[in-house]
Design a protein around this ligand. Sequence first.
Ligand code: EPU
Length: 420
Amino acid sequence: MSLIKIDGGHLLEGEVKISGAKNSVVALIPAAILCDEDVSLVNVPSISDVSALEEILCYLNVNVKRVNDEMKIVSSEMINRPIPESLASKLRASYYFMGALLGKGHKVDIYFPGGCTIGKRPIDLHLKGFRELGATITDMDNHFIIEATELKGAKIYLDVASVGATINIMLAAVKAKGKTIIENAAKEPEIINVATLLNSMGGKVKGAGTYVIEITGVDYLHSALHEVIPDRIEAGTYLIMGALLGNPLKISNIIPSHIESLIYKLREAGVDILIGDDYLVVRKNDNGYLPIDIKTAVYPGYPTDLQQPIIPFLTQCNGISKLEETIYENRFMNIPDTQKMNANIIIKDNRYAFVKGKTQLVGTKVSATDLRGGISLLICGLIADGETIIDNIKYILRGYDDIINKLQRIGAKIEIIDSE
Ligand code: EPU
């Protein structure tokens, strides 16, 4: 078993280049099978969620060629077979094969998706959307058969502005007959990125990035070359590291406006951040930081995916910071291990975290329980006194491209070791 070993307290200096966004690419890859020709994606990150999707593509007889950060997907010989639980449960985003296969072949046989257990994470809104497009759904204890003789455009209202449901409905609707309108759609940048791919294949998607998305179905989708947007959550993660240890740290290949909510929260605490066109420069402030209050919200609010990663920063603010998690019911699994590292944190109703600082964290053995919780512990390790060992690192590798090398290059003392 592999572990991450960190020797804490080393400053981070130089430049870190951000990779393509996990939550975009995991939708773009399934979206590509809708294409009647071939699709090339560039800026594809090397993360295990992408490998898990590649496995599903191979299983469906889709031809995938990867060279560096480019992935070519040719689905002309695709076979629409039932996707077994062993493949679907490897990641959350396997659910995008529901919309993509339904749009392409009018039938999908698949299991409930996997992913981090950070809450109930139902998919009722995805299914409601498919039903309104004319599909019938047989649900046999988390094994779904979704089929339609014909998909017809419909007006679909989402009770919650869900990223997954918005994208899945777009994928199914792009080849449906007539016009689909998604109301109360999610507005995250990843949705715009997927809509842009669909449009560059000849799809007709309007309004992505707003509350109302209009999709007019087309019969044929042609080849396209498409770039994955930079990962705003990876960028935010390094920005937090830079606030704690930057000497200074430049974070490049990003779209700064995608993480404005984090930038302004960090500035409120007293972090010195310079905003460039496609980069940020952040420097540790030796005079200390003020406590801040954060409430997670849908985009452009403060992202839930940066809720756990900011906890190490809050332990270094002078006073009590308050965090409120509004999206998921179980996104504080990292807290017991953070407390083990000497953090002073009280959790209330699994919704609020009160973090009292400033405390010097101390290195110890900890365990990642989910992706963002794992990276949060890693950041704690970077600022802790002494050695931190993290196990269950598969969660971290699910979403952070080349993280060990990236951190070593900017001065962190971090490595992957084998447990005896
Ligand atoms: N929801 C429903 N019904 C649904 C779908 C969602 O009630 O049918 C609720 C969920 O219970 C949750 C909220 O809506 O309370 C948000 O869920 P959403 O569907 O937006 O989340 P998701 O699509 O499953 C994506 C990202 C998550 C990220 C969220 C919010 C992917 C594969 N995952 O999840 O990423 O937290 O959007 O931005 O894109 C991560 O990267 O660590 C991660 C968890």
